[in-house]
Structures are given as C-alpha cells and as structure tokens.
Design a protein around this ligand. Structure first.
Ligand SMILES: [Zn+2]
Ligand SMILES: [Zn+2]
Length: 143
C-alpha cells in the first residue's frame, strides 16, 4: 500500500529523523517482505557496507515502534518484518521451510476483530496465522 512512497517522506510523516540506516532498513523491508533480521542485514549491507548490526536492529525497532514496519512472530519462528502495515492482513506459514505469504483481511472491515466473545476487551488487532505446507515442500515429499 505504501510501496511507491519515498522512504524519507515516510520517516518524516511519523516524526522520525531521517538517517541513512533507517532509510536503508525501511527500503530493505519494502523490498523483502517477511524477511528475518539476518536477511535484512545482508540487504542493507549491500547498499551500506559499513552499517553495524546494532544500527540495523535499532532502526528495525524504531520503525516498528513508529508503525512503519510490522513485526510478525509466528510461534517457533524468528521474527519477520514487513512494510505492509495497518490493514490487519494475516499470514500463511509453511511448517516445512518457513515460507510466509499474505492473506488479505477485508480492508477497513476486519470481521475477525468481532469475535464470538470479546471478554469485554477493547480489540485493535486480530492476528491469524494459518499453518500448513507450501507447494515446494509438498512437491519435495511426493517426489
Ligand atoms: Zn515450505
Ligand atoms: Zn504480510
């Protein structure tokens, strides 16, 4: 949804100072949806070889806190990051290889935010993870 926007503008829009590591990390998250920290670190270093681990972690933390990046933590999997935020979409995760893909939730409607029982909580997010096996892993076992 924000794929075409200038990362510097996105940072300014949420009141963050524009720094090179933040710009590179945000661009890397846009370019590699559902990547883990190691993958993002390699992607950032391709453009900014001198960047430290810590600067990348700090940038991810800051961007996540500001709502520009969403952190996804499926049970038993490392944290993944994506730049598709605010639409309450869900994920399908492969038990075999960890491949993850988006599953749309109705934008602006989020029916899953209206569960059969809300226990009097004020709900703002419904996170659904669908677990299964991806086509590649299924093909590998049937071959
Ligand atoms: Zn798989
Ligand atoms: Zn996603």
């Amino acid at each position: 949804m924000v794929r075409d926007e200038d990362p510097a503008q996105l940072l300014r829009a949420v009141g963050l100072r524009v720094t090179r590591p933040r710009l590179e990390v945000l661009s890397a998250v846009h370019a590699h949806p559902h990547a883990d920290t190691g993958t993002l670190l390699r992607a950032v270093r391709a453009h900014l070889p001198s960047v430290s681990h810590q600067a990348v972690y700090d940038s991810l933390h800051t961007l996540t806190g500001a709502g520009l990046v969403r952190a996804i933590q499926p049970a038993g999997s490392v944290t993944r990051y994506e730049a598709r935020v605010g639409d309450n979409h869900h994920h399908v995760v492969c038990r075999g290889c960890g491949t993850m893909a988006d599953v749309d939730c109705a934008v602006g409607e989020t029916p899953c935010l209206h569960p059969s029982a809300d226990h009097d909580f004020e709900l703002d997010e419904a996170e659904v993870v669908y677990w299964g096996r991806c086509p590649q892993c299924r093909a590998a076992t049937t071959a």
